[in-house]
Write a protein that binds this ligand. Sequence first.
Ligand SMILES: N[C@@H](CCC(=O)N[C@@H](CS)C(=O)NCC(=O)O)C(=O)O
Length: 219
Amino acid sequence: MSKITLYGVPVSPYVRKVRAALVYKSIPFDEVFVIPGSPDQPEEFKANSPLGKIPLLKVGERFLSDSAVICAWLEREFPDKPLLPGDNFEAARALWFEEYAGSVMTTAMAGHLFAEVVLAKAVFKREPIQSDIDKALNEELPAIFDYLESQISGDTLLGSGFSLADLAVGAISAAMLHASHTADPEKWPKTASYLSNLLEGELFSPLIEEEKQLLASFG
Ligand SMILES: N[C@@H](CCC(=O)N[C@@H](CS)C(=O)NCC(=O)O)C(=O)O
């Protein structure tokens, strides 16, 4: 098997998704810490990440960008513990949740909540933008929780068990957890229970613990 190296920071939701997929499939990998936009990025990253974004995956001497592309490759290369169900329609639904998590959920949970509540002061060295936090808390997250509440089927999003849908939704929901927010169990009982089981489960909890230590080091 070619050596696999992941470039990025673990607190990025897209990097977290790839880390979780690698761990889920028991694939060994190395990591290189890269903060997007920072001046001291490794030359290898600059030369091989066409948009300068994380995650970037090195496989042997070749490179793949974009978390969805990387997960698609992992699924084909390491099919033993599948993240996509065998049923074609259910597989497409898993991809839909990956898209929803990577767009709508990421804007609210990472762009508006995590960035402003956690990163603004500690990393960006500025005051948080309160209007972004308010928009996430009052408009975006309630709409997301309403939608998830209507979709959750038992312990997972797809009726067929754990899939890429849960991996992608968990990867972004960890950003909300870092910002100390959860779905109110009174209003969204299925979503609150689903998210806490997912994030406190054996896949995500060790990753989140590691990230908490990293965030603490940011001051
Ligand atoms: N669609 C991409 C998005 C990746 C992305 O936006 N990563 C952010 C960090 S969370 C980044 O690298 N931003 C730097 C930039 O946009 O220049 C993926 O799924 O990997």
